[in-house]
Ligand binder design. Structure first.
Ligand SMILES: NC(=O)c1ccc[n+]([C@@H]2O[C@H](COP(=O)([O-])OP(=O)(O)OC[C@H]3O[C@@H](n4cnc5c(N)ncnc54)[C@H](OP(=O)(O)O)[C@@H]3O)[C@@H](O)[C@H]2O)c1
Length: 251
């Protein structure tokens, strides 16, 4: 059976999620927009406007701009029995629920592009079987019963985006030092993927794992030593503090 989901906001994120869910039993109602033209496909049905998207589905996924999204939702009519999942960064459950009443609301956060490959983790607050099932076709799902924990976890959205800049910086270093770009790109990505596999599978803590990796006097110790001296590792904490203040609504 094919399940219909209405999508409000048809930009980059909507495109990634539609790609990731392609052929997995979902079809998507979307409203006309500049972005909608690029989403044409067998699973995508174009409606007249945002209200037609809401009227045509019991489940609505919100990928609108974070700044105006809740205000846009306030201008639409929802009905009892509908369920709305907001993927907008910084959305809190209270304002969302008020905007879409009498429908029920849920919040998520995901990396976006990795979800097109079924490999992006998604957060879900509060837990819900329908949205859990949908998000699980796009990658692993982390349900949260506690909103404060969920909000803290949403900082990973920025971490995810920043990881592309980190990878780009590493790739460019290898290129500047003579490696062909395609090879540098594969080497960096495969290294991080391999080490992420270790972290996901080993039961030992990172503090137990790292002594076995950074040989005394070796090149890892040299690299980490310079990064620590420059404050580069600690800078990630300071940068994430800025993101956390934003997602908590403190700045
Ligand atoms: N990009 C990601 O990887 C990612 C990851 C996680 C979360 N998010 C969240 O997802 C949301 C969308 O991000 P995005 O990167 O996809 O942004 P985007 O590419 O700018 O897409 C936003 C879409 O919303 C549409 N829109 C604007 N006002 C509208 C309205 N009144 N009615 C209907 N549609 C309207 C835009 O229409 P036009 O096409 O006509 O401009 C555009 O298609 C944001 O809240 C962001 O925090 C994004």
């Amino acid at each position: 059976m094919t399940v219909t989901i209405g999508i409000l906001g048809t930009g980059h994120l909507a495109g990634f999620l539609i790609r990731g869910a392609s052929g997995k039993g979902y079809r998507f109602l979307v409203a006309p927009s500049r972005g909608a033209a690029g989403l044409a496909g067998p699973d995508v049905i174009l409606t007249d406007d945002n209200q037609a998207v809401v009227d045509g589905a019991d489940h609505i996924l919100v990928c609108l701009p974070a700044r105006d999204g809740v205000a846009i939702l306030r201008g639409l009519r929802f009905r009892a029995g509908q369920s709305v999942l907001s993927a907008m960064a910084g959305t809190r459950h209270g304002p969302l629920a008020a905007a879409i009443a009498p429908a029920t609301g849920h919040c998520t956060m995901m990396p976006g592009h990795a979800n097109a490959y079924g490999a992006g983790p998604s957060l879900l607050y509060p837990p819900d079987p329908f949205w859990h099932g949908f998000l699980s076709v796009l990658g692993p799902v982390h349900p949260f019963a506690d909103e404060a924990e969920f909000v803290t976890a949403t900082a990973f959205g920025a971490l995810s985006g920043a990881s592309f800049f980190l990878m780009d910086s590493m790739v460019q270093w290898f290129v500047q030092n003579g490696l062909p770009e395609p090879q540098a790109r594969r080497l960096v990505a495969e290294t991080l993927l391999g080490n992420a596999t270790v972290v996901l599978n080993e039961t030992a803590t990172l503090a137990q794992i790292t002594p076995g990796i950074a040989t005394k006097g070796g090149i890892t110790e040299a690299l980490v030593g310079v990064l620590a001296k420059e404050g580069a590792l600690e800078a990630w904490h300071r940068a994430l503090d800025v993101v956390l203040a934003r997602v908590r609504g403190n700045s």
